[in-house]
Write a protein that binds this ligand. Sequence first.
Ligand SMILES: Cc1cc2nc3c(=O)[nH]c(=O)nc-3n(C[C@H](O)[C@H](O)[C@H](O)COP(=O)(O)OP(=O)(O)OC[C@H]3O[C@@H](n4cnc5c(N)ncnc54)[C@H](O)[C@@H]3O)c2cc1C
Length: 407
Amino acid sequence: MRDEVDVLIVGGGLVGASLACALGQAGVRTRVVETSPLGGESRSAYDERSIALAQGSQRIFSGLGLWSELESAVCPIHTIHVSDRGHFGFTRLRREQEGVPALGYVAAASVLGDVLARGVARLDAVQFEAPAQLAAFHIDAEGVSAQIEAAGRSSACRARLLVAADGAHSTVRDQLGIRSLRHDYHQSAVVATVGIDRAHEHVAYERFTDSGPLALLPLSEDRMALVWTLRAQDCDAIMELADDAFLERLQERFGYRLGRFTRVGVRRAFPLQLLRAAESIRPRMALVGNAAHTLHPIAGQGFNLGLRDVAALVDVILESRRAGGDFGELAVLRRYARWREADQRRVALFTDSMVRLFGQSLPAVAWLRDAGMLALDLCPPAKRWFGRMTMGRAGRLPRLARGLTVE
Ligand SMILES: Cc1cc2nc3c(=O)[nH]c(=O)nc-3n(C[C@H](O)[C@H](O)[C@H](O)COP(=O)(O)OP(=O)(O)OC[C@H]3O[C@@H](n4cnc5c(N)ncnc54)[C@H](O)[C@@H]3O)c2cc1C
């Protein structure tokens, strides 16, 4: 392992690995430290966790030269159907209206992880260490000194910039004393793959129910990825149900728009919170992905937003390097923070507002919300704005987000 690099990334999850890939392609010497190996997720067709990739993320993967590897493994979304259980409002977004080949793509997290791991392994400039972890670090005016532990051994590393991609419970963020705005939704998302007995026709469903939103995203071979949000106190009971009883409960919540649910794979529950770090940079340090913002999965935006952090940070680093500057300096990193601020705030607000609006069971609020959904369905400009939000196309875009290579 090199003991001197340009960038040290703590956390090699989907966001940290994407950043390593982009920096490595530009020849930036990068070391990634990850506590668990990439691609460690289960691989059976019914036991995967899935991620909805927005159009903007598809362009970023194209820019990274990884889309050709991903394309055959993802399922395109042609239509998004949003409805309110037991009420009249619904809205439908179609790819034709947006003039795009797909509104988004559903990918197994393990496939994304594998493609990124292979992408990183091809790059001489990147060293990916897993399992390994950051034991200690110290920031001074010229750089960062870190102590890394792997296989019972400790090694030193010196970098110009430390990037925290270590998720919602970021130790880097906490050790630097960066405060976070947090809101516990007192909800959990139950995630599973379910089988259906009718073709899904590439439609993604978001159904709001009185116990929380329920999303079903199309996968290959007539499987759907389920993200079922429940009140925290109801989650254990649902998780403990036998498969048949679980499918029956799901059928009762969702209805028969997709025919019958035929089987369910391994279920996993994720407690949900909103988290926004009060600062995303310090001298020689930047936060990306879930370490900077953790969202409710209601609109499938978390990874997409983190990938846009990556694209912006890479642009800022490479621009500074081209100008002969020092990209660890606060003045340079401020450009990253300013660039990302509006998008991060807008998406967090949009996601949180959806949770609050659709969590209301008061009849007057339900009526207004349903009228709003109908209005959205009937009003093309509003619908286009909603489409731009969910496809990740709002605001000024960095090179990768325009589908261009890193340089
Ligand atoms: C139910 C659910 C459904 C979702 N669906 C979608 C979706 O459809 N679309 C979407 O865009 N997003 C979705 N998301 C959000 C998405 O999963 C996250 O935003 C994304 O995975 C965050 O990636 P990350 O790399 O920033 O963080 P993480 O995935 O948390 O990765 C952090 C990594 O850092 C490592 N680490 C932590 N501490 C250390 C340390 N000290 N040293 C070394 N390594 C460390 C961890 O092992 C981990 O691998 C969903 C989330 C949930 C919960």
